[in-house]
Design a protein around this ligand. Structure first.
Ligand code: MTE
Length: 317
């Protein structure tokens, strides 16, 4: 006779959550059943820009309270750093040459399954939300912007890195015909930036696909950029085309150009001056206010733990 003997780790049928309840719990967490399946499979379904445009505004996550007024969009959208379109802050008009569809992001390096993912498919597959963040540029100006996007952690999970991957390296497009600034031979194009995998998995690290409740305007680095609000702004790379998981520390464009001034970590610290200016305070964009700069741009509670044991590193520039 066949006797069913239940082992300690086996659940009785009655204790199994019914599938419908399991799925609706996931729905209430903002993750649809189809999405869960796609994430598990590392796949995303085909989608169009019309579909992703229509997703805005993303629901706001009120946990990210900047404690300062939001910068008027007319200032944030007209005062940009995007060297692919020029070295002045007034590149918004030139940046309209950027062609953002079709836009595939190449995922490669130490991942289970390398390959391209189309931007709209990725956006559909990610847990989307809006967060208002403070932003501090290394040039000592700051702003507060409602960014729309998804946690970088969700993107890392989607990419399924191998256990040996220690860093995430990101690269902007390279197309001198579309971006006149890339005809300037002085810069080591394309723009590159990178973070440790722990930083990438920190809750604050955010992939941006929109701002001010709309699809990301080109000058902000459409169709997808990074936002690391505790680091100087140059780490927040725009218009990402390639994401590589690696065991080698990536060297960013600015570090390649001027390592004495711009390093890998670039965490905001008012007490560590840039070689050419103080970082103690910042000009608030669109105002006449100059306010004190905060350690980690005020996000120390969220990120200071990432740097324990790394005190010998050049964490601040
Ligand atoms: N990403 C690319 N590809 N090219 C750039 O020139 N500039 C960086 C960062 N990301 C830059 C980039 C710098 S120096 C800053 S301060 C921010 O983008 C500016 O972002 P914003 O224009 O949205 O304010």
């Amino acid at each position: 006779m066949h006797i069913i003997r239940r082992r300690s780790w086996e659940l009785p049928e009655s204790a199994v959550t019914p599938e419908a309840a399991f799925l609706s719990r996931r729905e209430s967490l903002g993750l649809g059943a189809g999405l869960m399946a796609m994430l598990a499979a590392g796949k995303a379904r085909a989608a169009s820009q019309a579909e992703t445009d229509a997703l805005h505004p993303y629901p706001r996550n009120a946990a990210y309270d900047p404690g300062r007024p939001v910068t008027d969009e007319k200032f944030a959208s007209q005062y940009n750093n995007f060297y692919e379109y020029g070295t002045s802050k007034s590149i918004a008009a030139a940046a309209q040459q950027l062609v953002t569809r079709p836009w595939d992001i190449q995922i490669d390096g130490m991942v289970e399954k390398p390959g391209p993912v189309a931007i709209d498919s990725l956006i559909m597959a990610m847990p989307r939300e809006e967060r208002i963040y403070r932003f501090r540029c290394v040039e000592a100006w700051s702003m507060v912007v409602p960014w729309s996007g998804f946690g970088m952690k969700a993107l890392v999970d989607y990419c399924k890195p191998l256990s040996g991957a220690k860093y995430v390296r990101m690269e902007t497009f390279f197309d001198p015909k579309m971006a006149p600034g890339q005809r300037a031979p002085f810069y080591p194009w394309p723009y590159v930036e990178g973070v440790t995998i722990e930083e990438a998995r920190n809750d604050l690290a955010f992939m941006v696909t929109g701002a001010y409740g709309k699809t990301l305007a080109k000058q902000y680095g459409a169709p997808i950029r990074l936002m690391l609000p505790w680091k100087y702004g140059f780490k927040s790379i725009k218009s990402i085309k390639r994401i590589t998981f690696t065991d080698q520390r990536p060297k960013g464009l600015w570090e390649s150009l001027q390592a004495a001034e711009y390093g890998f970590w670039a965490n905001v610290n008012p007490e560590v001056s840039h070689p050419r200016w103080s970082q103690a305070s910042e000009n608030v964009l669109g105002t006449n206010n100059r306010i004190p700069t905060l350690l980690f741009n005020g996000y120390a509670n969220e990120v200071a733990g990432l740097y324990k044991g790394l005190e010998k590193e050049r964490l601040w520039a």
